[in-house]
Design a protein around this ligand. Structure first.
Ligand code: ADP
Ligand code: MG
Length: 239
């Protein structure tokens, strides 16, 4: 079943067309990665899917429903950004529980969900700490946990590891791989400019170049059969 369907999507900022006729079909439960050089439109495409940006043309469906005019908060989506804006005055537990508290979820349900997310992300020992007492990688895991607690149908990540140093990046990438295994029903779309992340995490990779889809395929397909020098250069295969 298709979970995110993008049809002839265009996006311009003023006179500048940043996304040009994008077509994509992302299946339910898939982990799809957008790669491409800085400025090619990865974040803008993700923000269009999330509803943080309005699209200029075409159509966007999520879970079989056209969402062109549906506000971000009603799309069943959670988004994790590069910079993790945790509430500094709240403990890890409170940060993770906050969105459910706002929605007045029952206390026991909140506790169960927070404990479950903490287990999935190896955060159980840190639930009573404050953000300032955590490493960058742990903070980013709390940001991911906060999103998981909301039980989104679709999870969007925009370069979640790019602010971490190399060692933490590897460790946190492994956490995300584990998260993907533990949430097989959740569709995940992940933006990176890092080929290693793309090749190791993705079920399928979408290569973007200057606002267009250059090629879509599994990591193996892109590596073995790049359809352009651009893809070959980006993925690192000989052609
Ligand atoms: P990427 O995430 O691939 O680095 P972006 O999606 O952030 O690229 O940006 C794509 C292009 O759109 C860039 O040229 C950028 O300058 C431009 N852009 C992004 N957001 C805005 C905005 N709010 N207003 C004007 N131009 C923007
Ligand atoms: Mg970006």
């Amino acid at each position: 079943m298709s979970d995110i369907k993008v049809t002839n999507l265009r996006k311009n900022f003023g006179a500048v067309e940043v996304l040009k006729d994008i077509n994509l079909d992302i299946r339910s439960g898939e982990f799809v990665i957008f790669v491409g050089p800085s400025g090619c439109g990865k974040s803008t495409l993700l923000r269009c899917i999330s509803g943080l940006e309005r699209i200029s043309g075409g159509a966007l469906e999520i879970g079989g429903r056209v969402v062109n005019n549906v506000p971000a908060s009603k799309r069943g989506i959670a988004m994790v950004f590069q910079s993790y804006a945790l509430y500094p005055h709240m403990s890890v537990r409170e940060n993770m529980a906050y969105s459910m508290k706002l929605r007045r979820a029952p206390k026991t349900e909140i506790e169960v969900r927070v404990a479950d997310a903490a287990r999935k992300l190896q955060l159980a020992p840190y639930l009573d700490r404050y953000p300032r007492e955590l490493s960058g990688g742990q903070r980013q895991r709390v940001a991911i946990g906060r999103a998981i607690v909301r039980d989104p149908q679709v999870f969007l990540f925009d370069e979640p590891l790019s602010n971490l140093d190399a060692a933490l990046r590897v460790a946190t990438r492994l956490e995300i791989a584990r998260l993907k295994e533990s949430l097989p029903q959740t569709t995940m779309v992940y933006v990176t400019h890092d080929q290693v992340e793309a090749m190791t995490l993705a079920d399928r990779i979408v290569v973007l170049n200057a606002g267009r889809v250059e090629q879509v395929g599994t990591p193996e397909e892109l590596y073995e059969r790049p359809q352009s020098l651009f893809v070959a250069g980006f993925i690192g295969s000989p052609k």
